[in-house]
Structure formats: structure tokens, C-alpha cells
Design a protein around this ligand. Structure first.
Ligand SMILES: *Cc1c(COP(=O)(O)O)cnc(C)c1O
Length: 367
């Protein structure tokens, strides 16, 4: 296939990040590979992570977990978004651990009488997933038909390490774990930390850390925690796109839908072969591409399949040349952090939304 846009994923960077995060936490690591491994590719990253020392894999959906199993992942896998009515029997068949966050789901799992491995999810203050209003009733239930492997919760503000909410959630976690112990449930595995907490809050480490964004080499929040480099993380993805046209235009040229941008002088414009259908945010302004040692900023609105960049009054670019949309920043190229800021969003959303028309290329092959 002729590629017009490629996400090049550096498996060695993922391996290095896993190794760094494991050393930092000193405990087992769950590689979070939900949402197509944050856009990096579920199966490839799952296999690379396992091969590189990840002790667990974590996903949102049961389908994601089953796909990992059927492609040969043998490490324990936790899936945490299984509402009542999910195929809990399939979870058992494929040896997948499931998070339980409500009584209705717990009862369906119990009714199978097959010792499904569960992790009890606690709502310690984020008011999203996990037991909250049903907690007291949950504690009165019969746990003999399930295998309680773990108990866990999720931080709302781990990327703001000084927020009091972090301590409140940690305290609440310990109280709820004690509630379980009081009814004779002592899950061997406790986990609370996401990437930000793994990097900045050793008090929350327990037995396993669940790292997503940091494993891909990106900072959970560059403003509060610093950038990839300062956190000793290696961004794993370089996004490249072809110029499908280069044209010289005079001053006063109106560019793109709505004619929102006008060239101030004669310049060369490059038409980049990616658009919002491929995950380039339509509102992005202030990012662009990198070509021949220079940044070429977006001019005008991003369209569905293409966007236009200003290559400057003199350029060697011709149609068919590759540009770097984002990378690790070491050459001066834009980063996923820059694209996040340029779109009033975050690096997580930038990498996760890269669409299926973009080829993923893995190098080196480590699995
Ligand atoms: C997505 C997710 C994570 C990983 O978060 P990062 O900030 O990417 O490290 C961890 N735990 C749960 C429950 C999640 O949903």
C-alpha cells in the first residue's frame, strides 16, 4: 500500500520506558493498552510490553482483552469496563481478570460459579467508576463463587501532585480496603497509581502501578510534571505525513474553508495529506509540520483529509516529500504536547485519535 501518513512506533522506546517506570516504582507494572494502545496499536504494543517486562496488561474493554489473548499475550490482563450483561463467561474462558464496580455485575459473575478473577473497583473520590452508594450492601454479599484477586481505584488529580484530593483519595482507599478486610476479604493485589502518581506519588504505589501515557513516553501534564525529557521518558511515536502538493502563492491569498487565513507575503504552501478524519484536530492552530530543519505552521482551517502549512518564501519541498507532524522534539519538530496545546487539548487525545487510515509501522521488531 502506498502510504501518505505513517505513525512510526519505536518499540525500543516503549521497552525503555517500561524499564524506567519499573525501576522507579519498584513494583509490578500494568501496561495500559486500551484504546488501541493510545493509538499506537493494541496487539503490537501488547506483545512488546509483555516482552519488555510488563507484568500485567490493562484495557478498558473485554474485546480488547480477548484480542490480546488470541494474539498470544500470556501475562495477566485486567479489563475494567464491563457493565452488567457483559460476556463474563468469555472472560473466564480467556483467563481475563475483570473489574467489578456494581452489584448487578457482581451477581452475574457470581452466578457463573466459576471463580472468575475479579478486582473490586472503589470510587475514592473521582465519582466515576467504582463502588460508592452500593458499598455497604456490597460488603454483605457472598464472595465464595468468585476469586477476589485485587482491589483498585483511580486518581482524579494525580497530575497535580500537591492537590489535597490525592491524599483524600489515598485515605479513602485505605478505609475501603479495611472495610473489605473486616468482612474477611483481603485481595492480594492493590493498585491505585496511574502514570502521574507513579512518577510523583510513591505513597500510592501498593503492589502494581497502571501506566498508560508514560509508557508511550509522554508526560501526563507538561505544565505540572515537566516534559518527557525531564521525566526521562522517550516518546515512542513519530507521526509523518506526505505533502501532496506544494505551491507558490502571492501575498493576500485566502487559505482554506471560511477563508480564515490570508498570506501576508509571497510564500510556498504545502498541502499535508492528513486531516481531521485522521485525528488532526480541526481547531489546531500554532502547530504544523517539520521539514528540512524548519517548522512550517498550519495556515487556515484543517480539513477532513488535508491541511495547509506555510513552508516560507524559500523551500526545497516538493510534492511527495515527507514531513514530520510530531516527534520527540529532538530535531526541533513539534511534539504531541505542542499539538495538544495547539488544540486546547492534551497529548493523550492527540495520539489516541490518530485514525485507521494512518499506517502504523513498528521498529525495531522486539517480539
Ligand atoms: C487509562 C487508565 C489508566 C492509565 O492512565 P495514564 O494516565 O495514561 O497512566 C490507569 N488506570 C485506569 C483505570 C485507566 O482508565
Amino acid at each position: 500500500m502506498e502510504h501518505r501518513a505513517e505513525a512510526r512506533v519505536d518499540s525500543a522506546a516503549i521497552a525503555a520506558n517500561i524499564s524506567h517506570l519499573k525501576t522507579l516504582s519498584g513494583v509490578d507494572l500494568m501496561a495500559v493498552v486500551k484504546a488501541d494502545a493510545y493509538g499506537h496499536g493494541l496487539i503490537e504494543v501488547g506483545l512488546v510490553a509483555e516482552k519488555s517486562g510488563a507484568d500485567w496488561l490493562g484495557v478498558a474493554l473485554l474485546e480488547e482483552a480477548i484480542a490480546l489473548r488470541t494474539h498470544g499475550v500470556r501475562a495477566p490482563i485486567l479489563a475494567w469496563l464491563l457493565p452488567p450483561g457483559s460476556d463474563f463467561r468469555a472472560a473466564r474462558t480467556h483467563d481475563i481478570d475483570v473489574a467489578v464496580a456494581c452489584i448487578a455485575a457482581f451477581k452475574e459473575i457470581s452466578a457463573l460459579k466459576s471463580q472468575v478473577r475479579i478486582h473490586i473497583e472503589l470510587d475514592t473520590g473521582m465519582t466515576r467508576g467504582g463502588f460508592l452508594d452500593e458499598w455497604d450492601e456490597f460488603l454483605t454479599l457472598d464472595f465464595s463463587d468468585v476469586n477476589v484477586v485485587g482491589v483498585f481505584s483511580h486518581f482524579a488529580c494525580a497530575d497535580e501532585p500537591d492537590e489535597k484530593q490525592n491524599t483524600d483519595q489515598l485515605n479513602r482507599f485505605n478505609i475501603m480496603v479495611a472495610d473489605l478486610a473486616a468482612v474477611g476479604i483481603n485481595p492480594p493485589i492493590k493498585h491505585l497509581s496511574n502514570s502521574a502518581a507513579t512518577l510523583k506519588n510513591p505513597d500510592a504505589t501498593f503492589n502494581v502501578v497502571r501506566t498508560g501515557i508514560a509508557m508511550y513516553g509522554l508526560s501526563p501534564d507538561i505544565k505540572t510534571l515537566g516534559d518527557s525529557k525531564s521525566l526521562a521518558l522517550k516518546p515512542a511515536m513519530q507521526l509523518r505525513a506526505k505533502l501532496h502538493l506544494v505551491k507558490r502563492v502571492p501575498a493576500g491569498s485566502k487559505v482554506g474553508y471560511g477563508a480564515t487565513a490570508v498570506t501576508s507575503e509571497q510564500t510556498n504552501l504545502g498541502v499535508v495529506a492528513m486531516g481531521y478524519a485522521d485525528g488532526i484536530p480541526r481547531i489546531a492552530q500554532g502547530a504544523g509540520v517539520f521539514f528540512d530543519g524548519k517548522r512550517a505552521p498550519i495556515i487556515g482551517r484543517v480539513s477532513m483529509d488535508q491541511f495547509v502549512v506555510d513552508l516560507g518564501a524559500s523551500t526545497t519541498a516538493v510534492a511527495g516529500d515527507w514531513t514530520i507532524v510530531f516527534g520527540d522534539g529532538s530535531q526541533g519538530e513539534y511534539t504531541a504536547d505542542d499539538w495538544g496545546a495547539a488544540s486546547l487539548s492534551i497529548n493523550y487525545e492527540i495520539v489516541t485519535r490518530i485514525g485507521p487510515r494512518v499506517s502504523r509501522i513498528y521498529a525495531p521488531h522486539v517480539y
